[in-house]
Ligand binder design. Structure first.
Ligand code: TPP
Length: 317
């Protein structure tokens, strides 16, 4: 693959995720979707970089900011829109909504609204892989705030002690809801904690899919080879509110202007220009993605709402 082909493919994937989420925001503001919705606009390079690393036997565990991770796993956007819109055709029959998307057939073992909960579940999935012969790698992604959850510490310790094939990725967007991570920790270089657990840890540019692919790819390779877990701290920025409706009074002056200069779509467009691509190549990546998501959303809107009579199906407790 030439540089231009790869960069164009990455830019197209970034735009698929962003166009999906911009459409979700529009649908939420119009009242077609309900409930609290968290967007990952600006953070797309991490799921784009990881998407090609996940093999059929693997398992992915995300957070409530998980739309792009579902797309990265290959879940069809129409089924995701339908889920968020409460439609019967949704990936979970309209029961889960934005924060509980789950699609095991696509290796996407779901979002989770409990901060840090994905990490111990991933450790369990990796441990299960020892017994079912799958050689599964369990991948889990969470925010910088989640690094202060006891469950995440316990998960990292157990994964390292048992040399389990887990890849821990911390999407460090520097905000935990409305609080800066720097005010909540003694050392904001979170990757350094990996050393305390006896596993490799590093901080990377989380706005460049190629860097993510290379460094998280090394973590997957180590895990598959029996070398145990890795912690990757991927630096990025959330260009929108914590949730749709967040008025973002906590932002520092100029913070978002600065972040927009380094966000993944801007970075990839610059790399494409440097590799000799024309403006039509760059614009096409965005317009194709927007057309795909407009159609997927329209098809989902046309589907019937979930039948309330089915609300109690699939309940276990
Ligand atoms: C166990 C738990 N505590 C608190 C909350 C409330 N809460 C929701 S999101 C959030 C911030 C998490 O920040 P971070 O882990 O950095 O992820 P981000 O939202 O930035 O992606 C908090 C505290 C929760 N959902 N679960």
């Amino acid at each position: 693959m030439t540089d231009v082909t790869r960069l164009r493919a990455d830019l197209h994937q970034v735009w698929r995720m962003r166009a999906f989420e911009e459409k979700v925001r529009e649908l939420r503001l119009a009242g077609d979707a309900v409930g609290s919705i968290h967007l990952g606009i600006g953070q797309e390079a991490i799921p784009v970089g990881v998407s090609g690393l996940v093999q059929p036997q693997d398992a992915v565990f995300a957070t409530y900011r998980g739309h792009s991770w579902a797309i990265a796993c290959g879940v069809p956007p129409e089924a995701l829109f339908a889920e968020i819109l409460g439609r019967a055709t949704g990936v979970n029959g309209g029961r889960g909504g934005s924060a509980h998307l789950t699609a095991p057939a696509y290796r996407f073992f779901g979002e989770n609204s409990i901060v840090g909960a994905g990490a111990p579940i991933a450790v369990g999935a990796a441990l299960a892989g020892r017994f079912d012969g799958s050689n599964r790698v369990a991948f889990t992604v969470f925010g910088d705030g989640a690094m202060n959850q006891g469950s995440v510490h316990e998960a990292m310790n157990m994964a390292s002690a048992m040399k389990l094939p887990v890849v821990f990725v911390c999407e460090n967007n520097t905000w935990s809801e409305l609080t800066p991570i720097a005010e909540m920790v003694g050392d904001p270089e979170l990757y350094k904690r990996a050393a305390a657990y006896g596993m490799p840890g590093e901080r990377i540019d989380g706005n460049d899919p190629a860097v993510v692919r290379e460094r998280v790819g090394a973590a997957f390779a180590l895990a598959r080879a029996g070398g145990g877990p890795t912690l990757v701290e991927a630096m990025t920025a959330r260009l929108v509110g914590h949730y749709i409706g967040d008025v973002e009074q906590y932002r520092r002056p100029g913070e978002l202007d600065e972040a927009r200069r380094h966000e993944p779509a801007v970075k990839l467009a610059e790399q494409l220009r440097a590799a000799g691509a024309g403006e039509d190549t760059i614009a096409g990546a965005e317009s194709e993605a927007r057309a795909e998501m407009e159609k997927a959303a329209a098809d989902a809107l046309a589907a019937p709402l979930a039948d309330p009579a089915t609300a109690k199906e699939h309940l276990y407790v």
